[in-house]
Design a protein around this ligand. Structure first.
Ligand code: ARG
Ligand code: ZN
Length: 854
């Protein structure tokens, strides 16, 4: 790899400060002119005189002036150096003019065009593709921006300072790093509203969309207002500008971006109507809007000193958006969904070749570190901190964090210090969660000694911290293990207690118990660990029936499903009666939330089963997993057969559509029942449901139910007929066909779809709809022929030439390769090597492939 790594230990403050930035953009698709005036001075924190180094990539330098006088300097490949000897000892003004070509920008980083509209993505290091600048988060400056162009709407960060035909000016009073800069220009329409903050500031809210999409903004607007209200009420944080703008952009590498006062969203993550988006998407949109909005304090007002500290803003902001969604939509179901995602993505990452600490200490390409580990494990660490210091301690620590670090670029050490100072707790051992990769494993041993005065129950917990790349050994973690004890009738005899495991092995005693209790361990998933507890199927079934902690009740069913499925795959065992009757009882239980019942019915994914089997020392056979999982669904369908139609009817949601958690949960249960019914009735009910559907949730569920049993041709055609002009809806059409293709038909399905004129690599959503589904179809992707591996590698190589960031991200499809048999390993290794040897491969993809090959 030609590109070298950047190391945390090399950090030094920038040698100069930027007090004020004035930018002028003269927009043109192939020749945009960017003029910059940087008001700078030497950084008093750095002694002596230093060269001025500005980052810059792909910029054509037109003019360069220092304090009004032309300066002679030649840029290199990644920037421009002005020798210390040319700089005055005090403040100075550096002016540059550069030319860039937004239309030629297919990487979608910097200033680019999407459907005729100009937009930007600067995080992490995209601003250097716009102008010469110290593109690092610890350089914070006030920005004043003038945009000239023939688009009707011209937007940038901060407050509007004036506008006329062909121009607009914006001023952001809050100093910010360049990664939060944004500019948007185009023919846009606003869905507007206002919000009055707790202290009475009137804020104009706008969601900007392309003409025709105005009616898709209501849910997004409601979500903004809910987020603003929640952050005031729960964290005491108010919005700090006169306007808050969101823009929906079709071509976007990620979900959304928190640019100060001008959030830019992938249109998939903001636009919604009942006819076009599913309930899950409504919930996701609400969560992402909250996430970006919450960044205004955790990310923007307090930012990161360097990119190694990314989890400082992302872990905290994910934690905050999870709290918000839990408050709005129910904590039990939200926690289960979050843990499902954590295990599917973060555990997978943490247990493979791409494992890295939540705060890494080196990287080649920072875009490769916007990972489940930084985001989701980063959020889990905060959840653990809150458990350890208590709700009051957490609140005091956060208040201190905002008071102490507002306006600063901070570190994880600063963050931990705030908790230490606010609570008096020593967090040096706890900090290993940030600095050490890998998923700890916790083994549970039980002992019971009866006695006249009551028995003593002893729980022994042993932790193991497995090796990860570059970290062969590591110390014991502080692991909060929430435990409750039930007696054999199912009554709770010891309510939830948080045990703090800090040593490799530790025992905890519970005295005065009348009978030997059944423990409910790791309640609420109190730590991101793998729990190993050998308990009988009967005990799991007991917890599934009686646990008072909803997360662990679900978890008992989950563990049971995995055991049953593992036995079916590895030993050809029949479907377990215990599992069937326990799960059926729960599905029928009308006292339980329908959303919870629907989650309990969801079987472990095939990828999850492959991981589980590999973990237990087996070599997973993807075809056998696929087959056994199908038999398990068939058995559940047969068990519930008489009740399915009635359950669906009972879950009907008459009246106008609402995306709130209640009705969404009812639809989830009804559609889970429909999926089972379709396995029994030849598709009659699903065809009727497809025709009768009045919202996308029901329509897509019916379609997927049919595809799963090898039907649905005419429904696919009808869907295409109805939605062919709609990019976001058609993404679903592409995706479900690939996701549910039979293993033997997967490659042909993908080839048929990519040959269509509406398949394009230029749109990341469309590319992901097909190629993301290709690797998510577990049995098809891991088909023994290796054809799907080859197909994905071909497409990643093609995409890499245009959009390295998305290509690199999607290469993680291969990260689990060492789980499988020698033949599959050899085929994947060959594809990874072929990618690695591609001439001109991007730094992004080269780093990923290199790490996966190890
Ligand atoms: N900060 C954004 C968010 O979490 C993500 C932007 C990441 N973009 C990137 N190119 N790495 O909301
Ligand atoms: Zn974020």
């Amino acid at each position: 790899m030609a590109d070298t790594a950047v190391y945390l230990r090399d950090y030094q403050p920038f040698a100069h400060c930027v007090d004020q930035v004035e930018l002028t953009f003269r927009l043109a698709p192939n020749s945009t002119r960017v003029s910059a005036r940087l008001h700078m001075r030497p950084n008093p924190a750095r002694e002596g005189r230093h060269d001025l180094r500005l980052d810059g990539e792909g910029l054509r330098l037109i003019a360069l002036m220092l304090d009004g006088r032309p300066l002679d300097a030649t840029p290199d490949d990644n920037g421009l150096t002005i020798p210390a000897a040319d700089l005055p000892g005090g403040p100075f003004v550096l002016e540059t003019e550069v030319e860039i070509a937004p239309e030629a920008n297919t990487a979608l980083e910097g200033l680019y065009m999407s459907n005729g509209m100009y937009c930007t993505q600067c995080e992490a290091e995209g601003f250097r593709k716009i102008t010469f600048y110290p593109d690092r988060p610890d350089v914070m400056a006030r920005f004043r921006v003038r945009v000239e162009g023939d688009a009707p709407v011209l937007l940038s960060n901060g407050n509007p300072m004036g506008a006329g035909p062909g121009w607009a000016e914006w001023d952001d009073p809050w100093p910010k790093p360049a990664y939060l800069f944004a500019l948007v220009a185009g023919d846009l329409r606003a869905h507007g509203d206002t919000y009055t903050t707790a202290s009475g500031r009137q804020v104009a809210l706008n969601i900007w969309v392309r003409p025709g999409d105005e009616h898709r903004c209501q849910w997004g607007m409601d979500s903004i207002k809910r987020s603003m209200e929640w952050d005031e009420r729960v964290y005491g944080r108010e919005y700090d500008l006169d306007v808050f703008n969101i823009v929906a952009v079709d071509d976007f590498n990620m979900g959304a971006m928190e640019n100060k006062g001008l959030n830019i969203f992938n249109s998939k993550c903001v636009l919604a109507t009942p006819e076009t988006m599913t309930d899950d998407e409504f919930a996701r949109i609400e969560g992402i809007i909250a996430h970006e909005y919450f960044h205004n304090w955790t990310g923007n007002r307090i930012t990161c000193r360097d990119w190694f500290q990314l989890c400082l803003k992302e872990g905290l902001t994910v934690y905050r958006d999870q709290q918000f969604s839990g408050d709005l939509r129910g904590h039990a179901v939200k926690r289960i969904e979050d843990v499902l995602a954590l295990r599917a993505r973060q555990f997978r990452e943490d247990q493979g070749p791409l494992a890295h600490p939540v705060r890494p200490d080196s990287f080649v390409e920072i875009n490769n570190f916007y990972t489940a580990t930084v985001y989701e494990k980063g959020a889990e660490i905060i959840g653990m901190l809150k458990l350890l210091v208590g709700d009051d301690g957490y609140q005091r620590a956060l208040d201190l964090y905002f008071n102490r670090h507002d306006g600063q670029a901070a570190t994880i050490e600063d963050w931990l210090k705030v908790f230490e100072d606010a609570t008096g707790r020593d967090l040096s051992q706890f900090s290993r969660w940030y600095f050490e990769a890998g998923t700890p494993r916790v083994k549970v041993y039980e002992a019971w000694s009866p006695g006249a005065e009551g028995g003593v129950y002893t729980l022994t917990l042993a932790q193991e911290n497995p090796p990860t790349p570059d970290q062969p050994t590591k110390g014991a973690k502080v692991i909060p293990v929430a435990v409750g004890l039930l007696n054999p009738n199912g009554d709770e005899v010891v309510p939830t207690t948080v045990l703090e495991l800090t040593k490799p092995v530790e025992s905890f005693r519970f005295e005065g118990l009348a009978t030997r209790p059944v423990p409910s361990i790791l309640r609420g998933f109190s730590a991101p660990v793998v729990l190993e507890h050998d308990i009988s199927t009967e005990t799991r079934a007991f917890l599934l029936a009686h646990d008072t902690d909803p997360f662990n009740r679900w978890e008992a069913g989950r563990a049971l499903s995995k055991e049953v499925l593992a036995a079916m795959v590895a030993q050809g065992a029949p479907v377990s009666r215990h599992w069937l009757s326990g799960l059926a009882r729960l599905v029928r239980d009308e006292s339980l939330d329908p959303a919870f019942r629907a989650l309990a019915m969801r079987l472990p994914s095939e990828d999850d089963m492959a991981a589980t089997l590999a973990d237990a020392g087996h070599v997973p056979d993807p075809a056998a997993i696929h087959d056994a999982r199908g038999r398990m669904s068939d058995a559940l369908a047969a068990e519930l057969a008489p009740e399915l139609p009635g359950l669906r009817e009972a879950m009907a949601t008459p009246g106008p559509f609402s995306a709130e958690a209640g009705p969404a949960g009812r639809r989830a249960l009804a559609n889970a029942c429909l999926a089972l019914q379709t396995r029994l009735d030849g598709g009659t009910a699903a065809r009727a449901a497809f025709d009768a559907a009045t919202n996308m949730t029901d329509r897509l569920s019916a379609l997927v139910s049919l595809l799963t049993v090898g039907q649905g041709r005419s429904q696919l055609a009808a869907f295409e007929h109805d939605w062919q002009g709609d990019r976001l809806v058609m993404d679903k059409w592409f995706s479900v066909q690939v996701l549910h293709a039979l293993p033997d038909a997967l490659v042909d399905t993908v080839n048929r779809l990519t040959a269509r004129p509406d398949f394009t690599m230029g749109n990341p959503n469309r590319f992901r709809a097909v190629m993301g589904a290709l690797s998510a179809n577990h049995a098809g992707f891991h088909h023994a022929s290796g054809a799907a591996y080859r197909l994905l590698a071909d497409w990643l190589i093609r995409l890499d030439a245009k959009n390295p960031q998305t290509a690199a991200r999607m290469s993680t499809a291969f990260e689990t390769w060492r789980r499988y048999d020698a033949g599959r390993q050899e085929r994947i290794r060959a594809e990874l090597s072929r990618i690695a040897q591609t001439p001109g491969l991007s730094r992004d993809l080269a780093e990923m492939v290199g790490r996966m090959l190890g």
